[in-house]
Design a binder for this molecule. Structure first.
Ligand SMILES: *Cc1c(COP(=O)(O)O)cnc(C)c1O
Length: 364
């Protein structure tokens, strides 16, 4: 029996998600220590103290099921963003939600639109349900929203937009998204994946909650994995029209957010000091990266995220491997159709200095 023959059509040609290389794996392989990982856009400040304390308290209660409704976390989101309780859906990371959205609205042979160089989870999710991926060629590495509009057909169910986008860091303004949404038929769900919004300046940040008041077919997707530093715990949320949230609530797993994740998220969402520190480091260090690339004649894609993608103008995989031997893990993105680029997460000052030195060393 070849089980692949009886698999869902989409699954037959599906390739697994390629994660960043874990530090422990590199330690095992090369027997080196002091490794710097700048590969998965994680928070370089580590696990926030506020979340640690909250988890410690929660440990006594782990024998109980978590609150399936995540009431306390939703309450914090309500206060922080001025939305309503019945608009929020919690997820086991935002990946869980990106998939939940597809399961709720798209079926086999429906069309799902996203950008070339868009976040890799969109094609994976589309293919897993055997929907048709409609990939819009990128414009300057970013979303060509006019191209999106031209591609809309009567089979289109879903549009995914990451803003800022991963892995390119490209950014759409509030006005661009507003005028796009005004032209999308209301029976098509538009997912605005804002995994990196906390890294944008407040003056330029998209006010997606204001857009949601205008466009009921908008689903805002956020994560606690990046700026909030909880990647290992898996927690994210969507804010949408209550009717859409009600549909998500039918499809989601009953306990898709565990109690440690819930309690940690409650703590860190209220920890403004932590987020300020994280965003400030990112701003200062991003400027250092740009200067470093300019000084060394390396072309990069201007980024609003906590990562930056550099064009080495030569196959990036051998450079990636040489960097591993220097004890620095970055992210090759050939899987995105960018074989000459490497994506580098912005780390602490000393981590970034190590990357600069290692990169100069291996490019010599
Ligand atoms: C990292 C990332 C996510 C978040 O993933 P989680 O499942 O919440 O850890 C979502 N969207 C984009 C574009 C990302 O880069």
């Amino acid at each position: 029996m070849q089980f692949i023959n009886i698999a869902n059509e989409g699954v037959k040609t599906l390739s697994p998600y390629q994660p960043g290389k874990p530090i422990e794996e590199l330690e095992r392989e090369l027997g080196i220590t002091n490794i710097v990982k700048l590969a998965s856009n994680e928070n370089p400040f580590g696990f926030p103290e506020s979340a640690k304390k909250a988890i410690q308290k929660q440990l006594a209660d782990l024998t109980r099921y978590p609150d399936a409704n995540g009431y306390i976390l939703k309450e914090v989101i309500v206060k922080k963003f001025g939305v309503n309780m019945n608009q929020i859906t919690l997820g086991n990371g935002s990946n869980d939600l990106l998939e939940l959205i597809a399961h709720t609205f798209a079926s086999e042979h429906d069309e799902i639109i996203f950008s070339q160089y868009g976040f890799v989870v969109y094609p994976l999710v589309s293919q897993s349900i055997n929907a048709k991926s409609v990939v819009i060629p990128a414009k300057d590495y970013g979303h060509d929203l006019d191209g999106f509009l031209s591609a809309i057909s009567d089979k289109t169910k879903l549009i995914y937009i990451a803003n800022p986008n991963n892995p390119t860091g490209t950014f759409l303004t509030h006005e661009q998204i507003d005028s796009f949404l005004a032209k999308v038929p209301e029976n098509i769900i538009v997912v605005l994946d804002e995994a990196y919004t906390e890294f944008t300046l407040s003056s330029e940040r998209v006010d997606s909650f204001a857009l949601l008041k205008k466009y009921k077919n908008l689903v805002i997707c956020r994560t606690l994995s990046k700026a909030y530093g909880l990647a290992g715990l898996r927690v994210g949320y969507t804010v949408s029209d209550p009717e859409i949230a009600d549909l998500f609530n039918r499809v989601r797993q009953p306990f898709n957010c565990n109690s440690l994740a819930l309690t940690a998220a409650v703590a860190v969402l209220q920890d403004d000091q932590f987020i300020q520190k994280v965003a400030e480091n990112n701003r200062v260090e991003m400027a250092r990266y740009e200067q470093f690339f300019k000084d060394n004649n390396l072309e990069y894609i201007s980024s609003k995220g906590n990562f930056i993608t550099v064009n080495l103008k030569q196959p990036a995989l051998p450079i990636f491997e040489k960097l591993l031997r220097e004890g620095v893990i970055v992210r090759p993105i050939a899987g995105y159709g960018l074989p000459n680029h490497l994506r580098i997460s912005i780390g602490l000052p000393e981590e970034n200095t190590k990357l600069f030195n290692a990169l100069l060393q291996v490019l010599k």
